[in-house]
Design a protein around this ligand. Sequence first.
Ligand code: HEM
Ligand code: HEM
Length: 180
Amino acid sequence: MTETNKAYDPLLRWIHWVTAVLFIMAMLIGLYCGLQPAGTSPRRELLEIHKSLGITLFLLALLRVVVRSRTTAPPAPATFGPLVRALSQLNHWALYALLLIMPVTGYMFSSAGGYSLRYFWTFSWPRMFAGDKAIAHAGEIAHDTLAYLVYLVVGLHIAATLWHAFIVKDETLARMWPRR
Ligand code: HEM
Ligand code: HEM
């Protein structure tokens, strides 16, 4: 077997790990901010970072979808039975969907609700839905509800990786690990 069909494309592997770090930061900051009363400090400042990370993740996800569609994923490890294969595919689809939907719903909420959209202390993103209360409400409800799915799907993803790396001891992690 060659290097290309044993692992994911090298660029895809790098995007995966940059995404993993930024996503977990955005998720934990979001979780903390959701527990703090609106308008208080440091919630206000942390939300600025949360939104900037979220928009960065969205741009990375678009790049990732292009790279993924133009490269071939390695076949599933031999240790994967049909059920594990189906569940891992479902988990990956859900992760891709959340990477695209979470930033969109967050943007709907902030753009229509008149909240800050400054990108890492620099420029502000345009407001496409300024003043539209229905969009602000739909964005807020969707973002806050899907947050539970984020915790579940990311939690299962990390737990499954640890299981394969330390208990089953197969090549699942190696397929995604960056190397020279
Ligand atoms: C992949 C990207 C993102 C993830 C994983 C994410 C995740 C989360 C999570 C887990 C929460 C906590 C929800 C709660 O406890 O109520 C949250 C809250 C929030 N997020 Fe995001 N988010 C992302 C992108 C964005 C973007 C791009 C924006 C805005 C442009 C945004 C705006 C907000 C706001 C304003 C809150 C506070 C909501 C509240 O307290 O009701 N998020 N986010
Ligand atoms: C410490 C955290 C993480 C670890 C250890 C990890 C590990 C892995 C591993 C080993 C794979 C390959 C699985 C296989 O080939 O069957 C993978 C795939 C994947 N991971 Fe993660 N991951 C982490 C965080 C994340 C996060 C936060 C996201 C996105 C929100 C994510 C999204 C994905 C996606 C979408 C795939 C499928 C790749 C594809 O088919 O294009 N991962 N991950």
